[in-house]
Write a protein that binds this ligand. Structure first.
Ligand code: CA
Length: 706
């Protein structure tokens, strides 16, 4: 039982974001070892005082004057380590006053936070310099911070850990970079901005091309001349599609019901269909909602093997009939044998690729009169035709061309895996601008919100950013279940929210643009995003391809975590988008969210739980016992809020509403809000007490806890 209580307490601690120690609130149940003194921040330790350090006063013959303390540490063999103790999960800045005089080109250094490693390149510094080792997450209790000797040879004069300070991300612009953007595009941008920093939009990429082929048990019965399924349901036969199989039996290629058209499968002698909605239906079934954003790819409209896979039609349907948001990538291919390719010639898809192609010079692609330029213009023409259909239907699109350009890192394109980035950042940026000018200028397309993927492998990653005048939203593609894990696990879903990447991207664009997870395998968890304050605008999970089932595979996503996020008020889904999404006027007509699961904010509107969209979910029951935040449910968030309200009596955001205070007073009813009320709610969470037993006396509660 004690263990259960400890577990519940540590969980609360993980969710609490105020600067108050749980244990100080409920001293009666504090664990003994929490007597460890909490570190006071900013905390600075001399390099020479780190565990594993020896005292250096010069680097061999190189004098390093002006050090603090007795001298400094030099990372040459053992790891250099120190410990800090924090009251609860939170984000902290690590800064090293250091020097690095071995490698002119910079030297990779590795910091480990409780054993989880992060690397950064430290430039050549022959004078003591404050080196930013990033914002890291420390867990409640003692944390070990180490500098590992991998490449080493970094001198450390001091290390400072301080409370992380976050910029106000809502300062990002809320107007498209295209000054001639259509009214719908401007409205969508305004709406996205109204959400940014407060919640996350859910998104899902659809399968491209042929879709998921789904077999049915619909058969053509020659005797009755009908198409029927196993349950006896009848289907409408397309009489024009009559055919005869190799055994001389008559059949029809197509039959339909009010949902779709089915196509005859000669092998199985039954009917099948192409399903583009499998992932969307999965989310609805698993988490209760459809995603707000539908991702698709416009690669199939191309001059080589192009065909209409219905992407444009589905985009229009999603926006016009479902009131959703569309984003598209563009995996545009090149003919593999570009030298011998004849412009305009059809090429089998197997002879095409989006991979690097040394026969195709990116610098030429933007130069009139070159073969590369002629091909690019053809590809843009096919793309523009589809974008124009969207524009004619008043459909804006969040378009993400030339994505993942940096690849595995390097400004010269050496880490690139897509042709558009192979020749490095400089040529890439010209290519982007060419596309931008062509679409907005020549084709008059102003229904585009321009998305650019960026990575954050090094400080040079920002070199790939095309610029504020050509980009609306920057993003990151999160594939970290196999590589680049920082969650301490070795396999399975990685629910990391990549807050370090988030803050790098925000920094690259000087906080002028919003940032999103534009593709992902594992969806970041709600808890990680709220603790680490990684306020990504949206996520967009890649589709299930049979081999990698990014959304439904339990190696990529844990259905419970997905459900927790998607069904939370923090997440905005298709059903919660405002009716006026495409005529949205701005933040003024937007009602902020009233609840988040961190318990950070209280409900100010006691009749409905209002999402950031201005639409309303059904009004919750306001009178649930223990429901301090009046979200209609008794949860751990209520206990957290009660404790925060007690610990921060002057802070408006933690104040309970009248109804909340009435609900929260569950122990010794009538004595007002005390720590015992929070404790009772936690005890309910670990199922030692039932909500029906409320209210309860403090004697009864103490008896249960023992
Ligand atoms: Ca020192």
């Amino acid at each position: 039982m004690k263990n259960n209580i400890k577990k519940a307490l540590s969980l609360v601690s993980a969710l609490t974001v105020s600067a108050v120690s749980m244990m100080s609130i409920i001293p009666a149940y504090a664990e003994k070892d929490t007597a460890t003194e909490v570190t006071k921040f900013p905390y600075t330790i001399e390099g020479e005082d780190l565990d594993g350090a020896t005292l250096w006063t010069s680097i061999y013959e190189n004098q390093m004057p002006d050090y603090s303390g007795e001298g400094f540490a030099y990372l040459t063999s053992d790891a250099l380590t120190f410990k800090v103790t924090v009251p609860e999960d939170g984000m902290y800045q690590v800064t090293v006053r250091g020097a690095q005089i071995l490698s002119e080109e910079g030297r990779l250094q590795t910091i480990a936070i409780n054993g989880v490693e992060y690397s950064k390149t430290v430039p050549y510094y022959n004078k003591w310099t404050d080196i930013d080792f990033g914002v890291v997450r420390l867990k409640a209790g003692e944390n070990e911070i180490s500098f590992l000797n991998k490449y080493g040879y970094m001198a450390i004069d001091t290390v400072t850990v301080s409370d992380a300070v976050f910029p106000d991300v809502t300062k990002a612009v809320d107007v498209p970079c295209d000054p001639e953007a259509t009214p719908e595009t401007k409205s969508l941008m305004k709406y996205l901005h109204s959400v940014y920093g407060k919640g996350i939009l859910s998104g899902q990429q659809e399968i491209y091309g042929g879709g998921h082929s789904v077999s049915t048990d619909i058969r053509y019965d020659a005797g009755s001349d009908k198409c029927v399924d196993g349950k006896g349901n009848e289907y409408v036969i397309d009489r024009d599609s009559e055919a005869v199989d190799k055994d001389g039996n008559k059949f029809y290629w197509h039959c339909s019901d009010d949902k779709r058209t089915y196509t005859y499968d000669e092998q199985n002698r039954s009917y099948k269909y192409d399903d583009y909605d499998q992932e969307f239906d999965y989310l609805k079934e698993t988490a209760g909602y459809y995603p707000a954003i539908r991702g698709l790819d416009l690669m199939n409209y191309n001059p080589l093997y192009g065909w209409d896979d219905g992407s444009t039609e589905r985009a229009i349907d999603w926006v016009k009939n479902r009131n959703g948001i569309i984003t598209a990538s563009w995996h545009i291919n090149l003919p593999t044998d570009f030298e011998n390719y004849e412009l305009g010639e059809a090429v089998d898809w197997s002879q095409c690729s989006y991979k690097n192609n040394p026969q195709f010079k990116i610098a030429n692609a933007v130069k009139e009169g070159t073969k590369e330029n002629d091909y690019l213009n053809l590809a843009i023409e096919d793309l523009a035709e589809q974008l124009l259909k969207l524009q004619e239907n008043n459909v804006p699109i969040m378009f993400r061309p030339f994505h993942e350009a940096e690849g595995n890192g390097g400004v010269d394109g050496s880490g690139a895996w897509f042709w558009w980035a192979q020749d490095g950042a400089k040529d890439y940026k010209e290519l982007w601008k060419y596309l931008y000018n062509k679409l907005t200028g020549e084709y008059g397309l102003h229904n585009i919100i321009w998305l650019q993927n960026l990575y954050a492998w090094s400080d040079e990653s920002a070199e790939w950013y095309v610029g504020d005048d050509y980009v609306d939203i920057v993003g990151f593609d999160k594939y970290d279940t196999v590589y680049n894990r920082h969650d301490g696990l070795t396999s399975g879903p990685n629910e990391d929210c990549n807050s370090n990447v988030y803050w790098s991207l925000v920094n690259y664009v000087k906080n002028n643009k919003m940032a999103a997870v534009m593709e992902n395998s594992t969806i970041p968890s709600l808890a990680n995003m709220t603790v680490e304050k990684a306020t990504w605008l949206y996520f967009c999970t890649w589709y299930d391809n049979g081999q990698d089932n990014f959304i439904s595979g339990d190696n990529y996503n844990n259905p419970e975590t997905v459900k927790e996020l998607i069904s939370s008020d923090y997440c905005i889904n298709l059903e919660q988008l405002p009716e006026n999404l495409y005529s949205f006027a701005g933040d003024d007509d937007d009602t902020p969210k009233t609840t988040t699961t961190t318990g950070k904010t209280t409900g100010t509107d006691t009749t409905t739980t209002t999402t950031a969209t201005g639409t309303t979910k059904p009004a919750p029951d306001e009178t649930v016992k223990g429901d301090a935040n009046v979200d209609g449910e008794l949860s751990l968030a209520d206990a957290v809020l009660i404790m925060q309200s007690l610990a921060n009596p002057d802070e408006e955001k933690y104040k309970l509403t009248e109804q909340g205070a009435e609900n929260a007073d569950v122990v010794n009813k009538g004595d007002g809000i005390t720590n015992m009320d929070a404790l009772a709610i936690q005890v309910i969470q670990i199922e030692l007490l039932s909500p029906e037993d409320l209210p309860i006396t403090s004697e009864e509660l103490n008896k249960i806890i023992g």
